[in-house]
Design a protein around this ligand. Structure first.
Ligand code: 5GP
Ligand code: MN
Length: 341
């Protein structure tokens, strides 16, 4: 549903009739997942609602400074508590994802719950596993959509510092600090609202973007200098990082964030892929410029999905075989890549 007045009314009715509300973000939560979750948490708490938060696995270091992030229960770390939270919830609101497999190990517990479920999300082609699906792929981030809903529920901007910071983090992380094309005039009006509440823009930028280790910079150097392959014919560049590479640079969660975007700044490259070797599978990130649909590519070949220009997937195979498979399927997309604009 994409009509703001309509979905806000339905959501508002569900909120009115439920007290124990559980907010859930997706596996490997990014800034938008956590930003949306915390923003809604701050708003609903201010309304006197009992709100709990959960996410399937650990938060990245660069998000742990956010107000309320320590109240997010991580399923794989506090399994028993999280299962109880799911049981006790009278309303479940899922943020920034639209496929139940993004719930990780919490999937069966959430999907078998009989309480009303709401999805608030901006990814394409939602799977129908909730009672109310608020899905608007025209939004740059789920945070922008949450802000629309909260502003309507509040009959005007909700002026709260932690809330504003959360929405701002969601927007900047999903647009690469306004580098990717998916933000709109509306996004900027939302940002204007947020700046009016007095958020400290440079503090947020410094904590989100200028907070990495020296090892991470060196890993980026290795990735670009020795692990990047350019396939001019396919206007494609890919980077492969092995487990050993990550270990050599004392990798911590989040260190490879953003690497996949780098090759897109090369002239004529329209498709970029990052392969990261894991224990028994390979995690892939896809980015494109223009109309090459990496979400279709991810879902067709790598059990994944995402947005037109940013998606991800995985393959349970060795790194070498995964790259081999990728090169095979790339050929099938050769015409589309050559014509991409
Ligand atoms: P990233 O490359 O930053 O991990 O993910 C980019 C986008 O693709 C995000 O919007 C994320 O939601 C989506 N995405 C990443 N991995 C997967 C996956 O394995 N499955 C699906 N459905 N989406 C993914
Ligand atoms: Mn998002």
């Amino acid at each position: 549903m994409t009509e703001p007045a309509k979905y806000t009314k339905e959501f508002s009715e569900l909120l009115e009739s439920s007290d124990n509300i559980l907010l859930i973000s997706h596996i490997n939560p990014d800034g938008d997942a956590i930003g949306s979750q915390l923003a809604l948490y701050h708003f609903l708490s201010s309304r006197g609602k009992k709100v709990e938060m959960m996410c399937p696995n650990n938060l990245q270091e660069f998000l742990k400074w956010m107000d309320g992030s320590d109240r997010i229960n991580v399923f794989i770390r506090k399994r028993k508590k999280c299962i109880q939270l799911i049981k006790d919830a009278r309303l479940i609101v899922m943020l920034d994802f639209n496929h139940p497999n993004r719930l990780g190990e919490a999937e069966s517990f959430v999907t078998s719950s009989r309480v009303p479920k709401v999805i608030i999300d901006h990814h394409l082609e939602p799977i129908d596993f909730a009672d109310l699906i608020i899905s608007d792929p025209s939004r740059c981030s789920t945070a922008e959509l949450v802000h629309e809903i909260v502003t309507r529920l509040n009959d005007g901007p909700f002026r709260d510092h932690s809330y504003s910071e959360s929405i701002y983090v969601g927007i900047i992380t999903d647009t690469g600090n306004f580098e990717h094309g998916s933000y709109t005039g509306n996004t900027m009006r939302v940002v204007a609202d947020l700046l009016d509440t007095g958020i400290d823009r440079s503090k947020v930028l410094n904590t989100v973007y200028n907070n990495f280790s020296a090892d991470r910079m060196r890993l980026m150097g290795l990735a670009l200098n020795q692990r990047m392959t350019i396939l001019e014919e396919y206007r494609t560049a890919y980077i492969c990082l092995t487990k050993q590479d990550l270990a050599d640079f004392n990798h911590v969660k989040g260190d490879t964030e953003g690497f996949v975007n780098l090759p897109l700044s090369i002239k004529d490259i329209v498709f970029s892929v990052l392969f990261i070797e894991k224990d028994n599978y390979v995690k892939l990130s896809f980015r494109s410029k223009g109309n090459f649909p990496v979400n279709d590519f991810a879902s067709k070949y790598f059990s994944g999905g995402g947005h037109l220009n940013a998606s991800g997937g995985e393959r349970y195979d060795s790194l070498e075989n995964t790259v081999g498979f990728f090169l095979e399927v790339l050929k099938e997309n050769g015409d589309m890549l050559k014509k991409a604009e």
